[in-house]
Design a protein around this ligand. Structure first.
Ligand code: HEC
Ligand code: CU
Length: 501
C-alpha cells in the first residue's frame, strides 16, 4: 500500500515536472517510430490513420502533430476540446505527450475548468510508449485529408420543405411512460384508434453495474439505467418520436439502431450524440413484431456498447392484436420482457476479474476478451439471479403469459422447465403464424422473439437458456412463481421412497 502510494506521489511529481518543465521531453529521446507503430495498435480501436482513414470513435490522426486541436473535419469533438480549439490550442509533440497522460486532466488544466472532460477515455502511463507513438504519428504528416461523413451524415435526408405541412403533425400525441424490465409499459393489446405519435425518451447512463453475487463490477452502458433497456410498445402504423439524450456526465458517444426502423442504419446515423447533446427522430412502425434495439456507434464500439448493456426491445403490435396460426385472436393476461446479455469482463494475470473506474477504460482489454468469443457472464436482466427470488416473474394458474426475449449478439434457446410454449413467434414477426406447442425455442442473435403460455399448474418454474452451461454456470436463468390449484390429472406423484424390491 505504502509503496503504491509512494510511487503514485512520485508519478505525480514526474507529471508535474513534465507538464511545466521547459525542456522538450523529445530533446533527449525522440522516440522510435517503429516501436510507436506497435503502440498505435492501442489507439487503433478508436483512431484511423492513412489515406483511407475515416473518423471513428476518435478523429483521424493524420497530420495531428502541428494540427489545431479539435479541428479534424466531420468529427464531433467534446465541448471541452472544441473550447480548447477556440482558445487556439495546437498540437505539438510535447502537448500530445501530456494529453496522452490523461486527456481529461489535460483539458481541465488547459481550460482551467474542473468540470472539463475529454471524450478520449484512455491514458498511456508509460512515457516511453508515449514518446514512441508520437514519433510514429509525426511520420504521418502530409496525408491528404479525407472528409468522413459516413454514419454521421444527414445530407442524404431531404429536409421537409418549411411550407409543406407534415400530415403527421395533426395526429394525436401520447407519451409512453417507460418502466424497468421485466415489465412492459402500460398498453392496450388491440386498438381501433387512428394512428398516433408516441413520444419515447431514452437517456444514456454510463454507470457502475454489478453482474453477480461475487460483486464483479463493470462500468455499464445503459439506456435509462437498466439492463436490458426498457421495452417500448406501440401499434403498427403508429409513429414513434424518439428522443435520445446523452448527458454531459457521460464519456462516450451513443446512438440507437432499432430493428423496427426503415433507413439510416435503423436510426443510428441520425441519432449519434456526444455527451451534452440529444437527438430526436421520428419513425413509422410499419412491421409488426418484437424488434431488438441497440447502440451502434461504429466499428468495434458497436459490439463493445452492446456487450456493455445497450440492448432493448420495441414491440409493434398488430392493431387488431395477436392472432394464432388460424388467424383467430390471441390475448395475454401478463407480459414479461427478458433481456439476455452477455459480458466479456477482462481478467488479470491471475485470472481474477479486473476493475475499471470510468467508462471506456476497459476498452482494449474488453475487445481482446471479445475476440475469444468466450463470455464471462450470460445473464437475464443484467445480473446473475436478477429474475429469481424477489425478482422472480409471477403468474396464476389459467393466466396466459407472454414472454418476450431478446439477445443482441448471440443466439439463445429459451425453455420453460415444466411448461411449454403454446405459441411461439420465434423470429419475432407477428405477421407469420406462430409455432405451436414448442419445448425449446430459438432466438437469433440480434433479434427478439415471443412465446405465449397458459400456466396449468402452480409452483416454481425455471425459465432458462437451455444451453445449460450458459444457464447454470454463466447465469442465463430466471424463475416464474405460479399460484393456483394443483391439477392431479396432469401430474401426480405415484410413489417416492425406497426401492420396492
Ligand atoms: C477508447 C477510444 C480511444 C483510444 C483507445 C484512443 N483515443 Fe485518442 N481520442 C479519442 C477520442 C474520443 C478523441 C476526441 C476527444 C474529445 O473530443 O474530447 C480523441 C482525441 C485524440 C487526440 C486529439 C485529436 C484532435 O484532433 O484534436 C489525439 C492526439 C489522440 N486522441 C491520440 C491518441 C493516441 C496516440 C492514442 C493511442 C495511444 C489514442 N488517442 C487512443 C478516443 C480514443
Ligand atoms: Cu452506446
Amino acid at each position: 500500500m505504502n509503496s503504491m502510494r509512494m510511487s503514485s506521489v512520485l508519478m505525480r511529481m514526474i507529471a508535474i515536472l513534465i507538464l511545466f518543465g521547459p525542456v522538450s521531453v523529445f530533446a533527449e529521446d525522440p522516440g522510435d517510430p517503429a516501436r510507436g507503430k506497435t503502440v498505435f495498435k492501442l489507439c487503433s480501436t478508436c483512431h484511423q490513420v492513412g489515406d483511407t482513414a475515416k473518423n471513428a470513435f476518435g478523429p483521424v490522426l493524420n497530420n495531428v502533430v502541428g494540427r489545431k486541436a479539435g479541428s479534424y473535419p466531420g468529427y464531433s469533438y467534446s465541448p471541452s476540446l472544441q473550447e480548447a480549439n477556440k482558445k487556439g490550442l495546437t498540437w505539438t509533440e510535447d502537448l500530445i505527450f501530456q494529453w496522452l497522460h490523461g486527456p481529461s486532466d489535460f483539458v481541465k488544466d488547459y481550460l482551467k475548468k474542473p468540470d472539463a472532460a475529454s471524450k478520449m477515455p484512455i491514458m498511456v502511463a508509460d512515457p516511453q510508449q508515449r514518446r514512441d507513438v508520437i514519433a510514429y504519428l509525426s511520420t504521418l504528416t502530409h496525408q491528404s485529408p479525407h472528409q468522413d461523413t459516413a454514419g454521421h451524415d444527414m445530407s442524404m435526408m431531404p429536409a421537409v420543405s418549411k411550407d409543406e405541412k407534415d400530415p403527421v403533425d395533426k395526429l394525436p400525441r401520447v407519451k409512453l411512460e417507460l418502466v424497468d424490465p421485466p415489465f412492459l409499459p402500460k398498453h392496450t393489446q388491440t386498438t381501433s384508434d387512428e394512428p398516433k405519435v408516441v413520444e419515447v425518451e431514452l437517456t444514456v447512463m454510463e454507470k457502475k453495474w454489478v453482474l453477480d453475487d461475487e460483486g464483479t463490477e463493470i462500468v455499464a452502458l445503459t439506456y435509462n439505467g437498466s439492463i436490458p433497456a426498457p421495452a417500448i410498445v406501440v401499434h403498427e402504423g403508429d409513429y414513434v418520436e424518439l428522443t435520445l439524450k446523452n448527458p454531459s456526465t457521460n464519456m462516450m458517444e451513443h446512438n440507437i439502431d432499432l430493428h423496427a426502423v426503415t433507413g439510416k442504419l435503423g436510426g443510428a446515423a441520425i441519432t449519434t450524440v456526444t455527451p451534452g447533446n440529444e437527438a430526436v427522430m421520428r419513425f413509422k412502425a410499419t412491421k409488426t413484431g418484437t424488434f431488438l434495439y441497440h447502440c451502434a456507434p461504429e466499428g468495434v464500439m458497436t459490439p463493445y456498447h452492446v456487450t456493455h448493456g445497450m440492448t432493448g426491445v420495441i414491440v409493434v403490435l398488430p392493431r387488431q392484436g395477436l392472432t394464432d396460426d388460424e388467424g383467430k385472436p390471441l390475448s395475454y393476461d401478463r407480459a414479461y420482457y427478458i433481456g439476455e446479455n452477455e459480458f466479456y469482463v477482462p481478467r488479470d494475470a491471475k485470472g481474477n476479474f479486473k476493475q475499471y473506474k470510468f467508462s471506456g477504460e476497459d476498452l482494449n482489454d474488453w475487445v481482446e476478451a471479445m475476440r475469444g468469443l468466450v463470455p464471462s457472464h450470460i445473464v437475464f436482466n443484467g445480473r446473475v439471479g436478477a429474475l429469481t427470488g424477489k425478482g422472480a416473474m409471477k403468474a396464476k394458474v389459467g393466466e396466459r403469459v407472454l414472454f418476450i426475449h431478446s439477445q443482441g449478439n448471440r443466439a439463445t434457446q429459451p425453455h420453460l422447465i415444466g411448461g411449454h410454449a403454446d405459441y411461439v413467434w420465434e423470429t419475432g414477426s407477428f405477421a407469420s403464424p406462430p409455432l405451436k406447442d414448442v419445448q425449446t425455442w430459438f432466438i437469433r442473435g440480434g433479434a427478439a422473439g415471443a412465446a405465449l403460455y397458459t400456466f396449468r399448474q402452480p409452483g416454481l418454474y425455471v425459465y432458462l437458456n437451455h444451453n445449460l452451461i450458459e444457464a447454470v454456470v454463466l447465469g442465463a436463468a430466471g424463475h416464474v412463481m405460479v399460484e393456483g390449484e394443483w391439477d392431479h390429472d396432469l401430474l401426480k406423484s405415484v410413489y417416492h421412497g425406497p426401492l420396492k424390491k
